[in-house]
Design a protein around this ligand. Structure first.
Ligand SMILES: Cc1cc2nc3c(=O)[nH]c(=O)nc-3n(C[C@H](O)[C@H](O)[C@H](O)COP(=O)(O)OP(=O)(O)OC[C@H]3O[C@@H](n4cnc5c(N)ncnc54)[C@H](O)[C@@H]3O)c2cc1C
Length: 637
């Protein structure tokens, strides 16, 4: 190992560790899972690859809580919301997760408040604003009538969670990369027995034995989008999260669904644009900013029915006769019934003679709305607090005086090619039952690692739910672990240290993204997918063993490339098995076989067992009567 490395050299050291419930990934879902299991009296260990103080997608904050349908002001009930989302997503929706989210979201927020997070406008900064409830001091976002989405002070949540983890005695092993899921098999039933962890500073390997496990490692990234010069900007989610949970599950025989779904790149900087939310726009964090063209002419917002809205206030209200509208991260192209106010489409604006570039103009907005966007939203959102809000402010940006350019041809800050794809919105992931248990007994999952998941509220509520179930399942003995697998993994994890003349992880990372763009791009067919699979497998067998690393940091990057190869394999296999086009899955083939179109309306479930890939279709709405099942599976306090 490179002698300049500032930490102890423990590469080759192997140690063992025991707990009741092991939570892997310390983001929102992981923290909630660990807290819930510890509250049930279990000995809990939390593994986190990064530094615990600000790790995860929301470690630096988030600006809105999507679905708190039981908050005191909400006019939408949890079932109504779940059904709306199901319909919106053409039933490729995670109704189990969304119902838990919609029903339990408010109580998770109350927990966060108890632990020290800020969910109300306690300083009366927004007194009198249309989006504030004067009695509760809650601040709403998007649909000010339906009031199921809350503006929150997301930067305060992480410290509150850490305090609570410490208070409950959760053992936090930060800077520990989980690499391998250990399982045992008896009478054809697989059960989780532990996880291998790699110390990202010293190289030490630990076998974490656990009675039950909760996987909370978010979703894959850097499959199609990778820039070797600025890898940290390659994707929207944090650099640490590249889908190791998926990769380790895949290798252990876990079932996944919707892995053939990918969308044309949307939220990534990838070296060709400004980071998300760093430019003026009209959606999500910046909703519903006034937009103007280069002449200063205002760009109209229209309601669901196409009526041009005359005031800023109307941008936050449903159309006449509409009960509520959907907005936020999980909503791509809402169906008519759920469509909220939007600016006219880009092509239409061009036709009408609007001139580029466009700008977000907060100067003309009512003061409370301006402060809500530039202040609360941009100030509390992950990835914007310091690089955008603090940085622009310190350089003199004043939202009362200045307008902010919207780069790119459309509204997004980047325009991507069809083959530059991403797992974004509500992509595929781990399939689970009502306990959020996977097909591997005693292995649970939560947050962004679940299929069709998204958002902070989903992560917190599913984490809490999974943590409780993991605690119940931990009332048993430890399972045996596979010593041979552990020894092989140890060799695999450390091997790049021996490759003095090997090549850099970035080169293979780039090759993978190019291979996926070429062979699993916007339009797929059996021939290209098969070539892609062959290439990805050859990378794994022939190129991966040639990568070098000089220290644990570089070793982690090599392990990630290995995991990205597994995830790519998973995506290619799922794509090969879905034979017909699917609009909701953004899946298009040049050789679509219409005779199997009935399969369109079912989840394609894939897994790898004994090195063979298996797949089958599972009917939509397999989760039964939503309300009854929720109640039957709720772990009571
Ligand atoms: C910039 C940004 C803004 C967002 N804004 C909002 C918003 O305003 N409202 C909203 O509802 N949602 C928002 N989201 C989405 C929301 O933050 C996520 O859905 C949510 O945080 C997911 O939580 P999670 O626990 O599943 O994953 P994460 O919070 O991402 O946590 C995953 C954790 O796993 C760790 N990990 C990964 N691999 C390993 C490994 N091998 N071993 C150990 N640990 C590992 C990672 O380091 C990370 O800490 C935003 C996301 C981003 C990226």
């Amino acid at each position: 190992m490179n002698m300049k490395w500032p930490y102890n050299n423990e590469a080759g050291k192997l140690q063992e560790d025991y707990c009741d419930v092991l939570v892997v990934g310390g983001g929102l879902s992981g923290c909630f899972a660990a807290i819930a299991a510890a509250q049930k009296g279990k000995k809990v260990t939390l593994l986190e690859k990064g530094g615990i103080s600000r790790c995860g997608s929301s470690g630096t904050g988030f600006d809105h809580w999507e679905m708190a349908c039981t908050n005191p002001g909400s006019k939408v009930d949890p079932l109504e919301m779940t059904l709306a989302l199901e319909e919106e997503q053409d039933y490729y929706s995670n109704a189990i997760g969304h119902y838990i989210e919609a029903r339990d979201g408010w109580s998770c927020l109350e927990d966060l408040e108890k632990w020290g997070g800020k969910i109300r406008d306690t300083e009366d900064e927004f007194k009198g604003a249309a989006f504030r409830d004067e009695k509760t001091k809650l601040l709403y976002a998007y649909d000010y009538n339906a009031r199921y989405t809350l503006r929150v002070f997301g930067t305060t949540f992480r410290p509150a969670l850490i305090k609570q983890l410490n208070k409950l005695g959760v053992r936090i092993c930060e800077r520990t990369e989980a690499t391998t899921l250990l399982t045992t098999e008896k009478n054809g039933v697989k059960t989780g027995s532990g996880v291998i962890g790699f110390d990202t500073r010293t190289g030490k390997i630990t076998v974490y034995h656990a009675k039950s496990i909760v996987l909370c490692m978010s979703r894959p990234a850097r499959i199609w989008l990778f820039n070797g010069d600025i890898p940290g900007l390659s994707e929207f989610r944090p650099f640490q999260s590249i889908g190791t949970g998926h990769a380790m599950g895949w290798k252990a025989g876990m079932e996944f669904t919707m892995m053939e779904k990918s969308i044309r790149g949307e939220f990534s900087a990838y070296g060709r644009s400004f980071p998300p939310y760093g430019t003026g726009n009209n959606h999500n964090t910046w909703y519903a900013a006034t937009m103007i063209d280069s002449r200063g002419v205002e760009i109209p917002y229209v309601d669901r029915d196409g009526n041009i809205l005359k005031s800023v206030e109307e941008r936050y209200l449903p159309a006449k006769g509409q009960k509520f509208f959907l907005k936020g991260g999980v909503i791509d192209e809402p169906k008519y019934e759920w469509r909220g106010p939007e600016t006219l489409p880009f092509d239409k604006l061009m036709e009408m003679g609007y001139k580029l570039p466009f700008y977000a103009d907060l100067t003309s907005m009512p003061e409370m709305e301006r402060k809500a966007i530039w202040g609360l939203m941009v100030g509390e959102e992950a990835k914007t607090r310091i690089p955008v809000y603090d940085n622009y402010n310190s350089r003199g940006f004043d939202p009362k005086k200045h307008i902010l350019q919207s780069y790119g041809t459309g509204w997004q800050s980047a325009a991507f090619l069809e083959q530059e794809r991403q797992l974004f919105g509500a992509p595929g992931g781990i399939i689970h039952d009502w306990n959020l248990e996977t097909n591997i007994r005693n292995v649970f999952a939560a947050g962004d690692s679940l299929y069709a998941s998204d958002c902070a509220g989903f992560a917190c509520t599913s984490g809490r739910w999974a943590g409780k179930h993991a605690a119940v399942s931990a009332d048993k003995d430890f399972e045996e672990v596979d010593i041979e697998l552990i020894n092989n993994e140890k060799k695999r994890l450390l091997k790049p240290l021996e490759n003095k003349d090997g090549y850099d992880w970035r080169e293979l990372g780039l090759a993978i993204s190019k291979a996926m763009q070429n062979y699993c791009g916007g339009i797929k067919c059996d021939d290209t997918l098969k070539q892609g699979l062959k290439l990805i497998r050859s990378f794994k067998e022939e190129q991966l063993p040639l990568l070098k690393a000089e220290n644990p940091h570089e070793l982690v990057r090599v392990h990630e490339v290995s995991d990205i190869l597994d995830v790519s394999e998973m995506i290619l296999c799922a794509s090969l098995d879905r034979k017909c086009d699917s609009k909701p899955l953004s899946f298009k083939r040049s050789d679509s076989d219409e005779t199997v179109a009935d399969k369109e309306n079912a989840y394609l479930v894939i897994s790898k067992q004994n090195n063979e890939v298996h797949s089958y279709y599972r009917k939509h709405r397999f989760y039964g009567d939503i309300e009854k099942e929720y109640e039957a599976h709720e772990v009571k306090e």
